[in-house]
Design a protein around this ligand. Sequence first.
Ligand SMILES: [Zn+2]
Length: 245
Amino acid sequence: MIPSILLDIAVLKPRVEMDRRELGQSLSLNVEMIEQGRPNRKGTLISPSYITIHNTSNDHPGADAAAHSRFVRDKGYYLWNGEKLYVSWHYTVDDRRVIKHLPVNEHAIHAGPANRQSIAIEICMHAENDQAAANARATRLVAALMHDLGIPAGNVVPHKHWTGKNCPVLLLSGFEAFRDEAEDIRSSIETSPLETLGEDNLVTREEKDNFGVPDQIAESAEPDDHDSHEKIAESLSEFLENERS
Ligand SMILES: [Zn+2]
């Protein structure tokens, strides 16, 4: 039996309202796009109806969002049996910032069948990362994308959903809580998407107005072998060592 006073408090608790502009500002968004024509930016237009969450599986010092941004723009592949397997994703998040690498209406190479229908987010997990802060930033990013693009909470999925990979390695056991938190933030946004869309470049109007059509989407089917985070982590370490030397 719950005392009635507690029920009263629950009913009277003021609803927290979130302004979309403030939410955008809280992300500390940098736009650092992969150059057009690079092998990991084919330019195929997609119509994203899912958001796919990854962890980098890279706990090395320095493997932060800025390092992943340089890697995905200047290298963007790992070697597998002598072959370059290209990788890309839309946003990298750490405890300090969000970096955008691709328009949301362009195909990225991150999780096989997800590539042609999903926005990809990589959450860092390097040694110096404040993981709780990075995860909280990622929930705000997901909430803003859900709001701007009308993506339902049920379509926010772990990498594992698509290919069975053990990813996002730090969030799989608590994935529903992560998704619920994003949905709580999204549902508290009072601003209409039409009012603020494109102001902070998280999703531009041009991207929203130029979603792919199904026949283009079908052409972009990818083999399901470009999503080894361990291999990406190795390739990134080599990349950082070369930068230093
Ligand atoms: Zn993943």
